[in-house]
Design a protein around this ligand. Structure first.
Ligand code: SF4
Ligand code: SF4
Length: 339
């Protein structure tokens, strides 16, 4: 099989839908009749105006249905407050952005559960992560279509296929582990003393203290971030600061662990349309940093992202995020054999 296929197109228009249609028709995929296929994508945070419109997802659904497979669309809950923190909010946002079951013709699900607690640990075996915690989708689907909006990103420089199977599959706790070295910091004013952090703490580090608020024994804390990820009140501070190179490496390690579970039964499609400064998690109208380039389809997330960078032009990301060493995603992928 060729490493990837490319179809040029411009704009969020009929021409782009037909470019995607042609690419799908030519792709020599591993998906089989009767397979249940999970389509992983991002339907945009409320207020974001640069997310991909659902017409492309519908094109993929219709292609999969014509192959005799049974597609469904999924995403995971996020770490921060906003319109995708809970499954219920996220599905509402999806529907508002046109990602409804009626329009798409297949189900739309939250893969880590409506409360973000349906998660699984899978082996990683890398220097930052021995295991990674992700949504348990691997047995729910026979194959995957990883459909990514390729654009800039504040922390990773660019976001495409690698990020979609990394941050996109990750549990809230795993998202926190990638963003920072973790320990809980309580904001008492927000805490309702519900006890969830104590319940989910795997080491007993989180306990109710004498003043009846939870306290966290940092000698016992292993930095798993379960408490931060699952606190319903966001009463535990989310810590975003981390060494950027380490962030890139953690992003790649999580993607590589997911890749081991889905390789040989997945295809990757990057849409290089509306290539904006930042990701679809940010509200507002993010500026466009490069002309539309169309679609790339392939079988390995690193190859598809590398080719996408070439097509869009590295300069766009260098200029927009000059302090982000985004190339580390590619060099580290090679170092750990994720190629
Ligand atoms: S989960 Fe959050 S709100 Fe509940 S007790 Fe822990 S810190 Fe407080
Ligand atoms: S980060 Fe993990 S180990 Fe530490 S207190 Fe929270 S749940 Fe417990």
């Amino acid at each position: 099989m060729a490493d990837f296929l490319y179809h040029q197109s411009n704009g969020l228009s009929e021409q782009s839908v037909s470019a995607l249609h042609s690419l799908l028709a030519e792709l020599k995929h591993p998906l089989k009749k009767g397979n249940r296929i999970g389509i992983k994508l991002h339907w945009g945070e409320k207020g974001n105006r640069s997310f991909l419109p659902p017409v492309f997802a519908r094109e993929i659904v219709q292609w999969l249905q014509a192959l005799g497979t049974k597609p469904f669309i999924f995403d995971t809950t996020v770490l921060y407050s906003g319109s995708r923190r809970t499954g219920e909010d996220s599905l509402r946002t999806a529907a508002e952005h046109g990602y409804s079951e009626t329009y798409l013709g297949c189900s739309v699900v939250i893969a880590d559960g409506m409360d973000g607690r349906d998660v699984v640990d899978i082996p990683a075996g890398f220097k930052h992560f021995e295991t990674v915690q992700v949504a348990p989708v691997f047995d729910q689907a026979d194959g995957f279509v990883i459909f990514s909006h390729f654009k800039g990103h504040l922390a990773s420089g660019f976001g495409g296929a690698i990020k979609n199977i990394s941050m996109g599959f990750a549990s809230r706790a795993q998202k926190q582990r990638m963003h920072a070295d973790v320990h809980p910091i309580l904001k008492k004013k927000k805490c309702t003393r519900c006890g969830i952090c104590v319940e989910v703490c795997p080491t007993g580090a989180a306990q109710f203290a004498d003043d009846e608020y939870p306290a966290y024994d940092l000698d016992l804390c292993i930095g798993c971030a379960q408490c931060i990820g699952l606190c319903p009140e966001l009463a535990l501070e989310i810590i975003w600061e981390t060494d950027n190179q380490i962030f890139q490496e953690k992003l790649v390690e999580t993607a590589a662990a997911v890749w081991k579970k889905i390789k040989g039964r997945s295809i990757f499609i990057n849409a290089m349309l509306n290539v904006t400064t930042d990701c679809d998690c940010l509200p507002g109208n993010n500026p466009v940093i490069a002309p539309d380039a169309g679609f790339i389809g392939g079988f390995h997330p690193v190859a598809v992202d590398e080719e996408s960078v070439k097509r869009v032009g590295a300069e766009a990301f260098n200029k927009t995020h000059p302090h982000v060493n985004w190339r580390r995603q590619f060099s580290y992928s090679r170092e750990i054999g994720f190629i």
